[in-house]
Design a protein around this ligand. Sequence first.
Ligand code: NDP
Length: 325
Amino acid sequence: MYKSIVVTNDDNGYMSNIAEIASKPLQEGEVSVEVKYSTVNYKDALAITGRAPVVRNFPLTPGIDFSGVVIESKHPVWKAGDEVLLNGWGVGEKYSGGLAEQAIVSGDWLIRKPAEFSFKETMAIGTAGYTAMLCVMALQQHGVKPNDGKILVTGANGGVGNIAIIILSHLGYQVTASTGRTQESEYLTRLGASEVINRTELSSPGKPLGKEIWAGVIDTVGSHTLANACASTKYRGAVAACGLAGGMDFSATVAPFILRGITLYGIDSVMAPLDLRKQAWERLATELDKIKLDALITEISLADTLGVAADILDGKVRGRIVVKL
Ligand code: NDP
């Protein structure tokens, strides 16, 4: 038996509780993992609260990320004792996930935990940090260089935003952080932002084209913020869009695309191919400042997780929450 958060949706309504679950025998290709740490991402908070239809099978254990040790394997790559991590692949949405003491998943979805990070640090990074790296990689592959000008990071006090700032500043980029919590400006500066702006500057409907400001953008907010970011991206600049914290809509015009040749990259971490994931984690292992990473972490227990979920969706949480199992 092991402890798990379980989401149910039946005659009693949508509920998340902690329950004791019996281990199941493994199918061919599956691996069971003793979860050491998980985390609460924005999507996990949606799954726990039911504020958006993230969970597609009930009952289900939420948690799109975990790090831990292989207990038993029916997959050729993995053996008992291996240290692994998992991000996405529909885990915590379609399949039971990491907010439990044990997880059973396909061995195809696991990545070896980088030796540079502890189990806890791996989850302080989690999907948020790995997505931040995918965004940075998209801007770099586009050819955006540090001396091309400012990079805008929106939702700066969130997990993706925080880690994007740390990575970009390490690589020598000049980062403008957009946040609704300007009282955290000093914290954002310590992470590496050279300028902090109030998110209200970007959150209302704007003009099709604005002043050319950004060489690149990492956007976690969507909606008008993304449209305004595109409208102020410099000639042939790039925008990496990964989030919808401000809304799923995108009311923009084609003007920035056809008059300034900007490129909008969509960033998906959930089904990203294994090679890309490995590249992102290898780069995190060498390019992420661990001292700054440690400053982002708040550690909680499985029981605390249920209460924290609503705070995340209300934008009250700064940095990264890790859950110790
Ligand atoms: P967090 O909850 O950690 O942070 C979200 C941040 O967004 C908040 O801290 C806040 O930043 C800002 N925000 C919240 N509400 C609003 C609002 N109404 N308007 C404008 N800004 C708002 O989430 P993550 O950083 O983990 O994720 C950010 C987004 O990226 C989410 O939408 C998430 O679903 C998405 N995501 C997508 C992935 C993908 O594969 N495409 C992977 C990971 C995340 P501040 O206080 O600084 O304003």
